[in-house]
Ligand binder design. Structure first.
Ligand SMILES: [Zn+2]
Length: 404
């Protein structure tokens, strides 16, 4: 993973205009140097966070395209599957029709065979009788009534022979037609089976392609998790730096106050949170609590580092306790964010503030319940809500233990 960050130069110096009294000037300037150092460090941390953000965006864009690839291959696979089903149905129909044609062919052959046999026995009977023709039968009649009887008999034999011959001709036509039909159907069946094989191969290739893409997606997920962990560390680092900066500023003010007795009493030290209950930062129901949660679809465990309060866009957000604004601006996945330091290593973070919704600035002292911002949906957010994180000595803790 590339780790290139921009380190912005020249951080603005907060207390440059002040001139401490001689004797304590060195101490004050040392504190000021420390503040400047921390400021540079936090600028670097901010740069690091924004570089990580770019990485996250790029991996997420890759993921989006990978997901689209999966969708497109799923659609292709559906198509192939539908073609295979259609073909299977056709093959089944052709096979049934082929079986029926074969049965009809067999029956026609049997019928012809039977008739041929009948004709043969009749012909051989005539031969056995000594080459007697129909005419001879008629000429051999005793009298006219005998002649009529014989004529009737001969006529019926002739009729039967004609019927047999005609039936045979019809059946022979059927045989020829069925043979041709079977030949054609066998040919098309063969073609269909080849096509089915081709489609099955295609489906298998698509399956393998899908597996490959899924693995790619998994890799990207892992990468993203890694980057996010890094981002998490960087943003905590930043909050710690901001806390240290405020502590240093407090010390600087105290030194300065001791140095110049003239304006004693005009300065009050930044407030320190006594450890009591917080003010509710926004009015809204809890939509997602602090802690691990399982993604409903992906079934992946994810750590949620704060409490989410669902509230309409523009709802006022209040400082949970008195303190100093340590940071006010865009911060990684939290979007527009305010961080307030309450002293004693305790900070609160308010995320997803609407564009233009921050009403305090860095270094400003705020009292408990003072409006600091308005609810929005900036950063990684799906709808307007306040993401509220409590940081105690560099650890993210459950905000509810301060709110109940
Ligand atoms: Zn949240």
């Amino acid at each position: 993973m590339a780790k290139k960050f921009l380190i912005p130069l020249a951080a603005t110096i907060l207390f440059t205009g002040l001139t401490p009294a001689v004797g304590q000037a060195d101490q004050v300037s040392n504190v000021q140097k420390e503040i400047d150092r921390i400021k540079k460090e936090s600028q670097a941390a901010k740069g690091k966070i924004s570089a990580i953000n770019q990485q996250i965006n790029s991996v997420q864009a890759q993921q989006q395209s990978t997901k689209e690839d999966i969708m497109s291959i799923d659609l292709k696979m559906n198509e192939t599957q539908a073609k295979i089903q259609e073909l299977d149905k056709k093959i089944e129909e052709t096979t049934a029709s082929l079986k029926e044609a074969a049965k009809q062919l067999q029956e026609a052959i049997i019928r012809v065979e039977k008739r041929d046999k009948l004709l043969k026995t009749r012909v051989s009977a005539i031969y056995e009788a000594g080459d007697i023709s129909y005419l001879e039968v008629l000429l051999g009649s005793q009298d006219f009534s005998d002649f009529l009887e014989r004529l009737d008999a001969v006529k019926s034999i002739v009729d039967q022979d004609v019927t047999i011959l005609e039936d045979n001709k019809r059946d022979r036509d059927i045989i020829a037609e069925k043979k041709k039909q079977i030949e054609e159907q066998l040919k098309s069946l063969k073609a269909m089976q080849a096509e089915a094989q081709q489609l099955a191969d295609q489906l298998e290739a698509q399956k393998q392609e899908r597996e490959r893409i899924l693995k790619e997606l998994e890799k990207q997920e892992g990468e993203l998790l890694e980057i996010k962990e890094e981002q998490e560390k960087a943003s905590l680092e930043l909050v710690n730096q901001l806390q240290a900066k405020i502590e240093e500023q407090r010390r600087a003010e105290e030194e300065r106050r001791r140095a110049s007795s003239s304006d004693a009493g005009s300065w009050s030290p930044p407030p320190v949170h006594s450890g009591g209950q917080f003010v509710q930062p926004v009015s809204g129901r809890i939509s997602s609590p602090f802690g691990y949660r399982v993604h409903p679809i992906l079934h992946t465990r994810k750590f949620h580092d704060g409490t989410d309060f669902a509230a309409p866009q523009g709802t006022p957000i209040y400082a949970a306790a008195e303190g100093v604004v340590a940071s006010a601006g865009y911060m990684n996945g939290y979007g527009n964010t305010v961080v307030i330091y309450h002293g004693n290593g305790l900070s609160t973070l308010y995320g997803h503030i609407r564009h233009g919704g921050i009403v305090v600035s860095e270094g400003q002292s705020v009292s408990a319940g003072q409006k600091i911002a308005e609810v929005g949906s900036t950063g990684r957010s799906t709808g307007p809500h306040l993401h509220f994180t409590v940081i105690k000595n560099g650890q993210k803790v459950d905000p509810m233990s301060y709110l109940r």
